[in-house]
Design a protein around this ligand. Structure first.
Ligand code: AMP
Length: 181
């Protein structure tokens, strides 16, 4: 483990008897909760969103657990953007596009559900949504009932098995082995 990784995770191990509550995404990074990995760097981790708004919907998170972008160290923030670019290169190869919707809900009032900075990266294709900005409406929807209804209504947002998700993640992970970008 390097100094940078130790610094990024330091806040999770405070010097007191009560252990800090880890975020869902920290548990994913620590492999306490399963995820379909798309890529990773020393200070970031990218994985498929469990409730994809379109195929390839990826979340990129900093190892450093902070709720808001401004709270991250400059090093983590820069690494996060490297992670976003890395995910875009992989997704671009697999989904044959250079265009992405990249979204960050920076705090609960902005629609953040998980209090750990995360960037949504979604590859875009011509006419993938009836209206281009419909993708934002989908991102804001969090009610389970609505989610289920939309899964049925939208071909790009099918409920998927773990096997199906892992197949997609493997393809995206391998994409960089074949590209010269
Ligand atoms: P936000 O509304 O910006 O906070 O987005 C949180 C995202 O995390 C949502 O798109 C969820 O579908 C996604 N999510 C929640 N739990 C998991 C999980 N265990 N694995 C992958 N993605 C998740």
């Amino acid at each position: 483990m390097t100094t940078a990784w130790l610094a990024a995770t330091a806040a999770l191990e405070p010097n007191c008897s009560k252990p800090a509550e880890m975020s869902l995404f920290t548990k994913i990074i620590r492999k306490e909760i399963p995820s379909c990995k798309v890529g990773a760097g020393e200070l970031w981790y990218a994985f498929l969103d469990i409730n994809p708004r379109r195929a390839g919907h990826t979340l990129v998170v900093p190892v450093e657990e902070k709720q808001r972008l401004a709270e991250l160290s400059a090093e983590s923030r820069a690494a996060l953007m490297e992670g976003v670019a890395d995910a875009q290169r992989r997704l671009g190869k697999v989904f044959d596009t250079q265009d992405f919707t990249v979204v960050l809900h920076d705090g609960p009032l902005a629609g953040q559900e998980v209090p750990h900075v995360h960037v949504h990266v979604m590859p875009r294709k011509p006419n993938d949504f009836a209206r281009n900005d419909d993708i934002y409406e989908k991102l804001e929807t969090c009610e389970e009932e609505e989610r289920k209804a939309r899964v049925d209504a939208d071909e790009t947002r099918k409920a998927r098995s773990e096997e199906e998700m892992e197949k997609e993640a493997t393809e995206i992970r391998r994409a960089m082995m074949e590209t010269t970008w």
